[in-house]
Design a protein around this ligand. Structure first.
Ligand code: SF4
Length: 241
């Protein structure tokens, strides 16, 4: 499996942890707001990272990084993902997996084999006809719901995260997603940054004002233990009583 990006140390990709980050190519979605569209649609144009570089850096940083974030693209489309994660775990490093949740069977095997310590799963829109538009592809809502249920019952650390794109999510929709993940530990509402979006239409969209995201967080906090807003200046956090 080719590695298409590597950050040796990052403080922003796994809350509270210092981690390396590996980027894998390709994805089964085509989200208009995707910031990694070249990696998703034209991975052959992205230079492959020399495996020796990854090995040497992880060996060098062992003992002071906490783990490795495996992201993409969509890591779960790769048949060799389990082998990669097993190798990372054998180095004594924890694994965070970023996923769109479209392949619950793969996710289930990774959890069952104890190859992930933390999973961040996207919830792209309310689970109705808008989901396929937000994903830019046919979206199996049953599969998304199975991944949600799997994570909530898994015992591994997890979060759900929603990039709040005005086109697909209004304030009135917070409850719709909230009910799908009711009782979850953490739901992160992420500010939409149009600058690097894939689709022209998405690049032309204005993000919501911070106050609207904060109001959404207030509503979201009724459904989960912690609801946070990321990507705005104000620290925004709250949860169900
Ligand atoms: S699921 Fe993620 S990587 Fe795939 S197209 Fe959507 S935003 Fe990009």
């Amino acid at each position: 499996m080719e590695i298409k990006g590597f950050i040796e140390t990052s403080l922003i990709d796994w809350d509270g942890r210092l981690a390396a980050v590996l980027f894998l190519p390709g994805c089964n979605f085509r989200c208009p707001m995707c910031h990694n569209h070249q990696l998703v649609q034209h991975p052959e144009e992205v230079p492959t990272v020399d495996w020796g570089t990854v090995e040497a850096a992880l060996a060098r940083h062992r003992g002071w990084i906490d783990g490795v974030v495996v992201t993409g693209g969509e890591p779960t489309i790769h048949a060799e993902l389990a082998t990669l994660l097993r190798w990372i775990k054998q180095l004594g490093l924890a694994v965070k997996l970023d996923t769109n949740g479209a392949l619950p069977d793969v996710l289930g095997h990774l959890i069952g084999d104890r190859l992930v310590d933390y999973v961040a799963m996207d919830i792209k829109a309310p689970l109705d006809e808008r989901y396929a538009r937000a994903a830019g592809a046919k979206a199996d809502l049953g599969a998304i719901r199975r991944s949600i249920a799997l994570l909530m019952a898994s015992g591994v650390g997890y979060e759900f995260r929603t990039t709040v794109l005005p086109l697909y999510m209004r304030k009135a929709d917070v409850g719709s997603i909230g009910r799908e993940i009711k009782g979850a530990g953490l739901w992160a509402l992420q500010q939409y940054l149009p600058g690097h979006a894939d689709a022209e239409t998405a690049r032309r969209l204005w993000p919501y004002r911070d106050e609207i995201l904060l109001a959404m967080r207030e509503e979201g906090a009724a459904f989960v233990e912690r609801c946070v807003v990321r990507g705005i200046e104000t620290v925004a956090e709250g949860g169900a009583a």
